[in-house]
Design a protein around this ligand. Structure first.
Ligand code: F6P
Length: 539
């Protein structure tokens, strides 16, 4: 059994933590100001990671790198890229990296030319996206499409929605992309309410095409379209396309499989943004920009695969995360982009990270004796500063955070961006070095200890020149690979998600109970029976 707490590096890190745990960043910086140039990684002279404001020294980094070696990270990376079935509980390869590989790359996995398959779908998506964007694709009554509604949930929603928001400045004017995910009827009805069905196209996005939320919403959308066009089933072909791995289910739903964009079981839902699940992104920003995004993903993949670990951005970020999660006992991790268009970035990464590494059983079927994935959360700056930052600065919990900023604004407006960036910089300074918010305050008789900022709160700063499709791809791949590294070290399977299954099964049982509407026949625990009964009486 692989017990990572028995690794030489783990034990050394434990001892090292005792040496360093009380050290203050302000003292560390005073003794070693060069760390600000030493603890930096530069990617393509564009994305800059400063990790100097972490509670680390050279020994910490050396030991963390040793941990990565002991965990077999090098081989694990190659196994993933080469299509080994590393998702063992589902006996699947994990090949989202192939989704962004260039056309001339070579990869045959399980007898299948993966790169050829990927590019065939990308070409089909591009042809379709161009038709919709140019107005060549017409609705049932001959009108061009003005509204695209993606119906999906989880990985079939969060990633594309995040990217469509982040890349809005690249969107085609007059073409609106919406996302409906929640099974709460409000979401669909509120979205279609003011839309003209003649100009509306639905993308039903579901890897399995069985997800309760998505299929319920898809059926409501189908009724909405059929109602608008005298129940003529021919309207379906004009107003529905599907993105899925499940051709039979798509065709059973009534969508012509010619209007289906496929992907493969080796693409995890939360890693599918750059597969056909990205169709709404491609429709919004165009195939050329979509290709640039894929190139960004690929560039970061190459960096990850080929760069020595001490200069490898995802590896270093993963190791720092492990340092706080497993040695400082930090329970959560904040991701704080200083860019309003990135307002769904943390939400998307929350799924990617928590669904991947929220596991308590190791690859060799034992219960872990160490902490695994942290709670990931965040909101864009500066909004968060006026809601939860109080706790970051003066709360009792250690919350490591990534601050992400862009030198140039997507929407230059007066001095907004300068002020945004001033806040971006000020926050990590305050978190690291603390202080008293007013010069000379201690001499004021009204001074209270509540006004002291202790500092010593660790952060990473990521700065990119500009938020472009390529940069979004780079950032996404950075986090995907960071999460992969952590899963390897924690020895968990990062690419299954059994933990969400039980709730799905039980929801179906409760639904049957609702339909039977007979409190006497309920066979749950006493609390659940009482809750179901109350709901049946009053719903
Ligand atoms: O319930 C979790 C999950 O399986 C996610 O992993 C996935 O992204 C989401 O549901 C949606 O699944 P599908 O694309 O098959 O509808």
């Amino acid at each position: 059994m692989k017990d990572i707490t028995q690794f030489t590096a783990w034990k050394a890190l434990q001892a090292h933590y005792d040496e360093i745990k009380d050290a203050q960043l302000k003292d560390i910086f005073a003794k070693d100001p060069q760390r600000a140039t030493r603890y930096v990684i530069e990617f393509e002279n564009n994305l800059y990671l400063d990790y100097s404001k972490n509670r680390i020294n050279d020994k910490t980094i050396a030991l963390l790198l040793q941990l990565a070696e002991e965990a077999g990270l090098k081989n694990a990376i190659e196994d993933m890229f080469n299509g080994v079935h590393i998702n063992q509980t589902e006996n699947r390869a994990v090949l989202h990296t192939a989704l962004r590989a260039p056309k001339d790359a070579q990869l045959v996995v399980d007898g299948q030319d993966v790169i050829k398959d990927v590019h065939e779908v990308l070409d089909k998506m591009a042809a379709f996206a161009n038709k919709v964007r140019s107005g060549e694709w017409k609705g049932y009554t001959g009108k061009p499409i003005k509204n695209v509604i993606n119906v999906g949930i989880g990985g079939s929603d969060l990633g594309p929605k995040m990217a469509c928001e982040a890349l809005k400045p690249f969107a085609k004017k007059g073409l609106h992309v919406y996302f409906v995910s929640n099974i709460d009827g409000f979401h669909m009805i509120d979205t279609v309410n003011e839309l003209n069905p003649e100009e509306t196209l639905f993308i039903i996005a579901s890897k399995t095409f069985t997800t309760m939320e998505t299929m319920t919403n898809a059926n409501t959308a189908k009724e909405w379209i059929l109602r608008a066009f005298n129940n003529d089933a021919a309207a379906i072909a004009k107003h529905f396309v599907a993105v899925s791995t499940a051709a039979k289910e798509v065709s059973d739903f009534g969508i012509d499989t010619n209007n289906m964009f496929g992907f493969w079981n080796w693409v995890g839902g939360r890693y599918s943004l750059d597969s056909a699940i990205g169709l709404p992104i491609m429709i919004q920003i165009g195939p050329e920009n979509f290709t640039k995004m894929l190139e960004g993903f690929h560039a970061m993949d190459e960096h990850f695969r080929k760069t020595p670990f001490n200069k490898n951005m995802p590896v270093i970020m993963a190791l720092l995360g492990i340092w706080y999660n497993n040695f400082f006992g930090a329970q959560t991790y904040a991701i704080l982009p200083y860019d309003q268009s990135m307002h769904r970035f943390s939400a998307h990464l929350q799924q990617v990270d928590m669904e991947s590494n929220g596991k308590y059983i190791t690859k060799d079927n034992n219960e872990v004796k160490w902490q695994t994935g942290p709670i990931i959360w965040g909101e864009p700056g500066t909004n968060g500063q006026h809601s939860f930052y109080q706790l970051l600065h003066q709360g009792t919990k250690l919350i490591p955070a990534d601050f992400i900023g862009f030198c140039k604004s997507q929407t230059p407006t007066g001095d907004h961006h300068k002020k945004l960036l001033a806040n971006f910089v000020a926050q990590t300074e305050a978190l690291a070095f603390g202080g008293i918010f007013e010069e000379g305050a201690t001499k004021n008789p009204a001074f209270k200890p509540h006004m002291i900022f202790q500092g010593n709160r660790p952060t990473n700063t990521l700065i990119a020149d500009e938020l472009t499709p390529r940069m979004l791809g780079i950032l996404m791949a950075l986090y995907e690979q960071k999460i992969f590294v952590q899963g390897v070290i924690w020895n968990v399977f990062s690419f299954d998600q059994w933990g969400v299954q039980l709730g799905k099964v039980l929801a179906k049982n409760v639904l049957k109970d609702f339909d039977a509407n007979d409190p006497a026949k309920l066979a749950h625990d006493a609390s659940t029976n009482a809750i179901i009964t109350r709901l049946m009486e009053r719903m």
